[in-house]
Write a protein of this length. Structure first.
Length: 140
């Protein structure tokens, strides 16, 4: 899917830029990382993966809030980031990969995740949050 198609289908909409909500979204991202860390300690790896993706989602969504974009589709967030900010392509690809992973974790009947995969998801969430925080602060 392309960004123009996301807008045409109403999955992305223009709105007023909102730095306050961008910062709130970053805080929610951080909170999801804390949840993932707590669940890692009790070996709840599926929950770690879901919380890690939620962290990535909210971090990425902070850019949309800052830009004045409202999303109605998880699929269109990495599309927007990739097309609007080519320098975030790698980050967007990671987000999109974990978006699909999270879908399987929630809806898949045979989904299993081990400690190594859970740690990778958590590390990706931490990396994405830090990169997006830096990106937002540098582009104020």
């Amino acid at each position: 899917m392309k960004m123009a198609e996301c807008f045409r289908n109403g999955l992305l909409k223009m709105t007023s830029p909102d730095m306050e909500n961008a910062l709130r979204s970053l805080e929610l991202s951080r909170s999801n990382i804390e949840d993932a860390i707590e669940n890692m300690s009790i070996h709840r790896y599926r929950v770690v993966a879901i919380s890690s993706y939620s962290s990535m989602f909210h971090a990425a969504r902070a850019i949309l809030f800052r830009d004045g974009i409202k999303e109605r589709s998880h699929e269109c967030i990495p599309v927007y980031l990739k097309e609007k900010y080519p320098e975030l392509e790698t980050l967007s690809n990671i987000l999109d990969s974990y978006r699909r992973f999270r879908h399987d974790a929630i809806y898949g009947l045979d989904f299993a995740i081990d400690e190594k995969e859970a740690k990778a998801a958590l590390n990706s969430a931490k990396e994405i949050l830090e990169k997006i925080k830096f990106f937002i602060i540098e582009r104020k």
